[in-house]
Design a protein around this ligand. Structure first.
Ligand SMILES: Cc1ncc(COP(=O)(O)O)c(C=O)c1O
Length: 357
C-alpha cells in the first residue's frame, strides 16, 4: 500500500488529486463487480483496469474499495479537461432540466447550431465551413466518407498502415490492425485501400519521399480519378503514436488538391488540445477539407462531428446525414462548456509549457 499525492489537476472537483492504494488491486468490492460483469456482459467487451469505478474527478478515478488512481487512461483520450469538470457538470445539469432530447432532425435547437458554429470557427482554415454532429468517432468517420463520395462521385478511399478509425463495418475496413479489431468480423466494406504511412523512426524516409511512395501506390493501384478521399490521423494514436516526417502531410494535401481528392484529417483522438495545439494539423500548417472530431469534444459525453469546406459538406441531399441522437442537446451543452475551457482556461499553453519542461 502506498500513497503519493499530486498537487496539480485540471478542473476542480472535490476529490483529492492523489494516488491512494488501500487494498490489493482488485479489492473485494471491485472483484464482486468484475464477477457480475463476467456473467452479464459479453466477453468481447474487455477492460484494462480491474476496478469498479464509483467516482472520478479531475485527474483521478476512485474505485469501490476507496482506492484512488491517477487516471492516465483518461477514458481513451476523452477527459482532457478533467473528469466531471465543474463547468461541464453545470451545463449538463441545466440542459437536462430544460429538455433531454427532441432529435435535431425533427425539432432543431440552438446548442447544436452553436457547437457547429464553434467547430467552424476553431478548426484549421479560414474558408467557409459547415458541420454535422454525430455520436461517436466511428460514426463521424463513416459520415466523412459518405460526404466525400457524394461530393466527388467517386468510391475509393485510401487509409494508411497502422491506422485506427473505429469498429463499425466501414471503419473496421479503414482500420489496419486485425487483432483485436477485425479478426473474424469480416467481410469488410469494399473500395478501401491501404497506403504506406510515413514512419521515420523505421523507414528513415523524409516526409516528401514517404508521400511519393504512398502517392505512387495510389496512382498505380487505384488511379487518382477513382479516389474520393484520403483519410489520415495527423498523428496516429492506436497505431503507436506515430508522428509522420515533416512534409508528409503537406505533400499528401497538395496531391489531393491537384487531383480533386477530399483530404480527411481524422482528429478524433488528436483533436482538442491533445497534442499541444487545438488540432494536430496545426503543427504542419495543413488545412484539411474535412476533419472528424469526437472524444474530448464534450468532456466525456458522447458527441462527434464532421467539419469541413461548406461546398463539400453541402454535397448531400437533405435527410442524407443525421441520426436519432446525433448532436443530442445534453452532449451539445457539454461541448460548449468544454470548448469554453479549451479556449479560456489556458490548457494548450499549459501543455506546451509541460512539453518544454
Ligand atoms: C483516430 C480515431 N478515429 C476514430 C476512432 C473511433 O472513435 P469511437 O471509439 O468514438 O467510435 C478513434 C477511437 O479511438 C480514434 O482514435
Amino acid at each position: 500500500m502506498s500513497t503519493a499525492a499530486i498537487t496539480t489537476t485540471v478542473g476542480g472537483p472535490a476529490l483529492p488529486q492523489e494516488r491512494r492504494l488501500v487494498t490489493a488491486i482488485p479489492g473485494p468490492r471491485s472483484q464482486e463487480l468484475l464477477a457480475r460483469k463476467a456473467s452479464a456482459v459479453a466477453a468481447g467487451v474487455g477492460h484494462t483496469a480491474p476496478i469498479a469505478a464509483v467516482a472520478a474527478g479531475g485527474g483521478v478515478i476512485v474505485d469501490a474499495d476507496d482506492n484512488s488512481f491517477i487516471d492516465l487512461g483518461s477514458g481513451i483520450a476523452v477527459t482532457t479537461v478533467g473528469n466531471a469538470h465543474p463547468k461541464i457538470v453545470e451545463a449538463v445539469q441545466a440542459q437536462v432540466a430544460q429538455f433531454t432530447h427532441t432529435c435535431f432532425m425533427v425539432s432543431p435547437y440552438e446548442s447544436y447550431v452553436a457547437v457547429a458554429e464553434a467547430l467552424n470557427r476553431i478548426t484549421p482554415g479560414d474558408h467557409a465551413k459547415k458541420s454535422a454532429l454525430f455520436n461517436s468517432g466511428a460514426e463521424a468517420v463513416e459520415n466523412a466518407v459518405k460526404i466525400a463520395r457524394k461530393h466527388t462521385g467517386r468510391q475509393a478511399v485510401v487509409a494508411f498502415d497502422h491506422a485506427y478509425h473505429g469498429r463499425t463495418n466501414l471503419t473496421m475496413a479503414l482500420t489496419a490492425k486485425a487483432m483485436p479489431y477485425k479478426s473474424g468480423f469480416g467481410p469488410f466494406a469494399s473500395e478501401v485501400y491501404r497506403a504506406p504511412m510515413s514512419y521515420p523512426f523505421h523507414d528513415h524516409l523524409s516526409g516528401p519521399e514517404a508521400a511519393q511512395r504512398a502517392i505512387a501506390m495510389i496512382q498505380k493501384q487505384i488511379g487518382a480519378e477513382n479516389v474520393a478521399a484520403v483519410i489520415i490521423e495527423p498523428i496516429q494514436g492506436e497505431g503507436g503514436f506515430i508522428v509522420p516526417a515533416d512534409g508528409f502531410l503537406e505533400a499528401l494535401v497538395d496531391w489531393c488538391r491537384e487531383n480533386g481528392v477530399v483530404f480527411i484529417a481524422d482528429e478524433v483522438q488528436t483533436g482538442f488540445a491533445r497534442t499541444g495545439a487545438m488540432f494536430a494539423c496545426e503543427a504542419s500548417g495543413i488545412v484539411p477539407d474535412l476533419i472528424t472530431t469526437a472524444k474530448g469534444i464534450a468532456g466525456g459525453l458522447p458527441l462527434a462531428a464532421v467539419t469541413g469546406r461548406a461546398e463539400i459538406m453541402d454535397a448531400s441531399h437533405a435527410g442524407g446525414l443525421g441520426g436519432t441522437y446525433g448532436g443530442n442537446p445534453v452532449a451539445c451543452a457539454a461541448a460548449l462548456a468544454a470548448i469554453d475551457v479549451f479556449e479560456n482556461d489556458g490548457l494548450i499553453e499549459r501543455a506546451q509549457r509541460s512539453a518544454r519542461s
